[in-house]
Structure formats: structure tokens, C-alpha cells
Design a binder for this molecule. Structure first.
Ligand code: PGA
Length: 251
């Protein structure tokens, strides 16, 4: 059985006070949740404050990015070591906004995944097609290509630690969610590829999150699909009640 995993990607929102208020509101709402893995991904500047508030709770801490390099002359980057130092256990890697606005490539994703795994940080590896790619029938080529390239350095024995997030770019922040059938179709293809890459035992144990306009109102139906094992939530994770409702939809 795969444990559902709901993560909140706060993106570039919240200064420290707002971040603390959001976590303080969230913690009691999900205090009794045991069967769903939960994480929040604040900006780098809020990680330390949020880490302190999450201590003793079941909510885990994720970064929104991670450097592929260990240390040194990489201005503006944050290493896996530094993330661990502030209490991060997870890192989002290759989010479509990083790919679209900051030039991240599959090769960079693969290097970041390596850095995360080498430092005991769980990589949440994002993949997804654009609207133009979907409309020209390239969804599976694009998504599976990003998957294979992004996980290129992952060994079979460590693959079960990796989380994949399927986020169709056309559904992110647009209010347009993939239908449960549309999402499941791609999740099933991702599952088949994971089975092929790592063997069925490992592939069946790996979690595949869906992301893109997940809300309390559509979460249950999406999470009810066979190969949807959780959600990566953007906008709705900025409101404690909404995020808690999505978490509860996964129970
Ligand atoms: P959204 O973002 O829920 O606001 O669509 C999802 C994501 O980008 O992770």
C-alpha cells in the first residue's frame, strides 16, 4: 500500500510572519491525521522559522529547489547540506516554473536528484507537458522523457524514496484541473515506466502526486484514481483550511 502524500508548494509567497501564521493555523487542523504523509515547502527565507513550528508535528519540511553542487562558488544557490541543516527532509526539483523561467533542464534535474539522494533528502521530481504539447499529441513523449532523463542517476535500491509529481503545465495556477481520467491516464503511463526502469516491486511502491489547480472540491475524485498517490498543491496550500481539507480528502 502506498501512503498518500500531500505537499504544499508555497512558491514565492509569505514573509516570515505570514508563514508562521499559516503554519500555526494548519498544525491543529491536521494534528490527528496519521495515514497521510504531509509536507509544506516555504521559501528559503522562511524555512528556519517554519521548521521550529513543525517540530513535534507530523508535517514535514520541503525546500522548493536544491543545488546540484555541494558547496563553493555558486552564487545564489542553496546546497543539500544547508537544507538539511535547517530541517528539510524533502526538496521539490524541476518544477515547471523553474524550467520555464530559470532555464532548468532535465540534465540539471538529474543532478539535483542525485544531490538530494546523496544527502538523504527526498526528491519530489516534477514533470508535465505544456498545453501546446498536449494539443499536438506529445504528452506521453514529453512526460516520460522528463521522467527517464530526470531519474537517470537513480539506482534501483534508492528509487522507492523518490516521489514523482505529474503537473500538467496548463493546469498550474489556471483553475483548469486535469479531469481524473486525464490525470490517471498519464499516471498509469508513468507507473508503467517506473516499473520498467526499477522493476515492478519498486515501481508499484513509488508515489506519484498530481499537481495543477488541486482544491478541496476536486481532491477526493483525483485522489481516488488508482495511480494518484497524493497531490502537490500550490495556491490552495496558502490557506490553512483549504490545505487541511485536501489532506483530509486523502484519508
Ligand atoms: P496550483 O500549483 O495548485 O496553484 O495550480 C501547483 C504547483 O505548481 O505545484
Amino acid at each position: 500500500m502506498r501512503k498518500p502524500f500531500i505537499a504544499g508548494n508555497w512558491k514565492m509567497n509569505n514573509t516570515r510572519e505570514a508563514a508562521k501564521a499559516l503554519v500555526n493555523a494548519l498544525v491543529p487542523l491536521v494534528a490527528d491525521v496519521e495515514t497521510v504523509e504531509m509536507a509544506v515547502a516555504p521559501t528559503f527565507t522562511c524555512l528556519q522559522d517554519v521548521a521550529e513550528l513543525l517540530r513535534g508535528t507530523r508535517i514535514e519540511l520541503s525546500a522548493q529547489n536544491i543545488s546540484y553542487a555541494a558547496k563553493g562558488a555558486y552564487t545564489g544557490e542553496i546546497s543539500a547540506d544547508m537544507l538539511k541543516d535547517v530541517g528539510c527532509t524533502h526538496a521539490i526539483i524541476g518544477h515547471s516554473e523553474r524550467r520555464q523561467f530559470f532555464g532548468e533542464t532535465d540534465e540539471g534535474v538529474a543532478r539535483r536528484v542525485r544531490a538530494a539522494l546523496d544527502n538523504d533528502i527526498v526528491p519530489i521530481v516534477c514533470i508535465g507537458e505544456s498545453l501546446a504539447e498536449r494539443e499536438s499529441g506529445k504528452t506521453f513523449d514529453v512526460v516520460l522523457g522528463q521522467l527517464v532523463n530526470g531519474l537517470a542517476s537513480v539506482k534501483r535500491e534508492e528509487a522507492a524514496r523518490v516521489v514523482v509529481a505529474y503537473e500538467p503545465v496548463w493546469a498550474i495556477g489556471t483553475g483548469k484541473t486535469a479531469t481524473p481520467d486525464q490525470a490517471q491516464e498519464v499516471h498509469a503511463a508513468i507507473r508503467a515506466k517506473l516499473n520498467e526502469l526499477f522493476g515492478a516491486e519498486v515501481g508499484e511502491a513509488m508515489r506519484i502526486q498530481y499537481g495543477g489547480s488541486v482544491k478541496a472540491s476536486n481532491a477526493k475524485e483525483l485522489l481516488g484514481q488508482k495511480d494518484i498517490d497524493g497531490a502537490l498543491v500550490g495556491g490552495a496550500s496558502l490557506v490553512a483550511e483549504d490545505f487541511a481539507a485536501i489532506i483530509k480528502a486523502a484519508i
